[in-house]
Design a protein around this ligand. Sequence first.
Ligand code: MG
Ligand code: MG
Ligand code: MG
Length: 306
Amino acid sequence: MIHTCGHKIPDSDSIVAAIAMAYLQNKLGNEAKAVRQGDINPESQYILDKFNLQAPELMTSFSGKDMYLVDFNNYTEAPEDLKDANIIGIVDHHKLGGLVTAGPLDCWIRAVGCTNTIVKEMFDYYEVEIPADIAGAMMCAILSDTVIFKSPTCTKVDTKITKELAAIANIEDFKAIGMEMFKVKSQVEGVPTRELVLRDFKNFEMHGTKVGIGQLEVVDLSIFDDIKDDLIADIEALREETSCDTVLLLLTDIIAMGSQILVATKSLNEIENAWDIKVQNDQFWLKGCLSRKKQVVPFLEPQFKK
Ligand code: MG
Ligand code: MG
Ligand code: MG
């Protein structure tokens, strides 16, 4: 049995790619099951409900199991016992993260905006038809990861494949669904602060320095006006609890196209040097910043080189 599984703190790309990949593997005659390492976020729940799909099963231990990794390829986002699992394949769109495997494997890694873009290419390669419900969910995952094509991570391949998936799913106005999705994402009222901080959170090891970066993508930053102080206090608490050097929270405005970045750090100079900015009241505005992967991590990481 192949377990198709996305990263810790799964996002919509991880959830949907696990589902699509399990479907594809079963069609290819390889028994497979979609699983997830954590809770379903509100956006992913919206997608599952919209296309009547079942959530992947929660599973956190994989010792001795066959795994197909989707949307990640590093140990920090992997199950604790990944080293005891058998990785038979990876489909991903991130930088290489240092995995070691016991045997040869299938690798589908491309510099595109979303794992589901590559999964669609796999369906085409193997000449397997995608059911309409799965196609619709894959389309949503691409719209999410590429911020409705606005992110610098978005490529021509992503836009082309989104349109193909929309056609399979019989959806005309896919951008409207994208906006609906981001409105679901923008609901923060009444949600505990820590839950917001960790909703889309990744840990990084930058030349031996522990850095955590969360991101909330919304349609209007004013929703944070009343809770911004709480968020700042919480990332400072989280930084201490997890012995991180730095915890950042990106409040990304997908309409204004930029991020208000909240900062908890022991390395203020490094943060300010990374973007040549000044941090004031534990925050700064980064114009044009939509992508943690392309516009945050590559600027911060070199600052910690010893
Ligand atoms: Mg992801
Ligand atoms: Mg992704
Ligand atoms: Mg994302």
